[in-house]
Design a protein around this ligand. Structure first.
Ligand code: MTE
Ligand code: CO
Length: 431
């Protein structure tokens, strides 16, 4: 259980740079900024100001240099990462969103984690069709152009793989929120309500379930109750304003708001209406929860209320020393909006309300901040989210008391980071 992802030297600032940060302040006449932070006093020569840089003297690339923009080379460490020992090969595998490098609530398209059962399907939109068949009055086939002629909606939703935090079920294991919580992204989708398409086909009264099926080689499929299909499901073709990325199901995917990521079928090619679930692999042997009595819970679709502190965290230590410190993270619930996030610095003994900032949308990430004056002593950092239905994020102990030790999926337990005096953070479990 003590296996860890190989450390990428790029993402952990060295101890030397940490000390340097402290020395700069001590070397000059330190000026107290906010709550004990330090800035250089006027009069101390700062090479960042006094020395000419290339960019001060020479013209840079012109507007034709990057027709499609990419991040600054100084952000090259901000990437999706995988854990090679987790799966047998990278084709049926997963990588993780670098949550500790992000702020606000939107996940940039190039950083959305990926989960494929048979690699990325490179689909030609001109040759892609979406079929609706089964218990309908009029079976239909849509081209991409057809889909774009229906009324569109824009909605921000999180997608969390049911296996997110699954490796942590029996104890702290992976050192970084990217790996413990990074099967998560939050995107503004543009698409057509599945309800609109189903109404076009006319669902027969006996139609109680739909099967959503992908065009990739795995032909991944899931059964979804008709109530959800007619409620808020979206057939989406844009993410954050631009076409879906191939990794995310280009040219079209299903969004099943608040429900486990596996149901969000990518490269969506067929919706069949039926009168009972199909009992597919992904809803029988996978994505079920083995309970203490040896029986498996099934159809546990909604992702329960959850949160995690993204900074500081093992990949994002505190490098400024004691003093004014910002703790930040994300919270989400498959049951609606987040009502409140609490933060504890003493392993859950005392809780303070965090400040939620940015849009508060149903089934979307919420960004929280908690600011305090760190005295440099070791802390046990935790966050606990409460959603608008009143669900409170449980401790891992409480989860295991209810569901035993055999589960993998649906781990929404409270995460603890042990913050050391030198600012480094470690994944631990205290409750
Ligand atoms: N759809 C198809 N067609 N094939 C797949 O392998 N993986 C599922 C789901 N939809 C998958 C799929 C799983 S398990 C998850 S968690 C999400 O897609 C991941 O979506 P993402 O790759 O956009 O993060
Ligand atoms: Co998944």
């Amino acid at each position: 259980m003590s296996k860890q992802p190989q450390k990428d030297k790029n993402f952990v600032p060295s101890r030397r740079s940490f000390l340097q940060g402290g020395l700069t302040a001590a070397g000059g006449a330190a000026v107290a900024a906010i709550g004990g932070g330090a800035a250089l006093a006027a009069g101390t020569p700062d090479p960042a100001i006094t020395e000419l840089k290339d960019w001060n003297q020479y013209s840079g690339p012109g507007v034709d240099a990057a027709p499609y923009g990419v991040p600054s080379p100084f952000e090259a460490h901000v990437v999706r990462r995988d854990v090679p020992w987790l799966t047998a090969d990278p084709i049926s595998s997963i990588n993780f969103t670098p949550l500790h490098e992000l702020d606000g609530i939107i996940t940039p398209n190039g950083l959305c984690f990926e989960r494929h059962h048979s690699g990325v399907a490179e689909v030609d939109p001109a040759e892609h069709r979406l079929m609706i068949n089964g218990l309908v009055d009029k079976p239909l086939v849509f081209t991409m152009q057809d889909l774009m002629r229906f009324p569109r909606e824009n909605r921000v939703y999180f997608l969390e793989c049911a296996a997110n935090s699954g490796m942590e079920w029996r104890g702290a294991q992976l050192n970084g929120c990217q790996f413990t919580h990074g099967m998560l992204h939050n995107v503004m989708y543009t698409g057509v309500r599945l309800r609109t398409l189903l109404e076009e086909a006319g669902v027969k009264p006996s139609g109680k379930w739909i099967l959503a099926e992908g065009a990739d080689a795995s032909g991944m499929g899931r059964s979804i109750p008709i109530e959800k299909a007619l409620d808020d499901c979206l057939v989406a073709f844009k993410m954050n304003g631009e076409a879906l990325r191939p990794e995310q199901g280009y040219p079209v995917r299903l969004c099943v708001p608040g429900w486990e990521g596996n149901m969000w079928v990518k490269w969506l090619r067929r919706i069949e209406v039926g009168d009972k679930p199909w009992q597919l692999r992904e809803e029988t042997s996978k994505y079920t929860d083995l309970m203490p009595d040896g029986r498996a819970r099934r159809f546990t679709w909604a992702m329960d209320v959850k949160s995690v502190i993204t900074n500081p965290s093992p990949q994002a230590p505190i490098t400024h020393g004691r003093g004014h410190t910002i703790i930040t993270g994300v919270a989400w619930s498959g049951h609606g909006k987040i009502k409140r996030v609490d933060v504890s610095i003493d392993g859950g003994r005392n809780w303070q309300h965090a400040r939620i900032d940015g849009p508060s949308l149903s089934r979307s990430l919420h960004r929280f901040y908690y600011e305090f004056n760190w005295d440099g002593s070791p802390l046990y950092l935790q966050s606990r989210a409460i959603d608008e239905q009143g669900y409170v994020q449980p401790t891992k102990d409480a989860l295991r008391a209810a569901r035993g030790d055999n589960s993998i999926y649906h781990n929404n337990g409270i995460q603890t980071w042990y913050l050391k005096s030198n600012g480094e953070a470690e994944n631990v479990e205290v409750s």
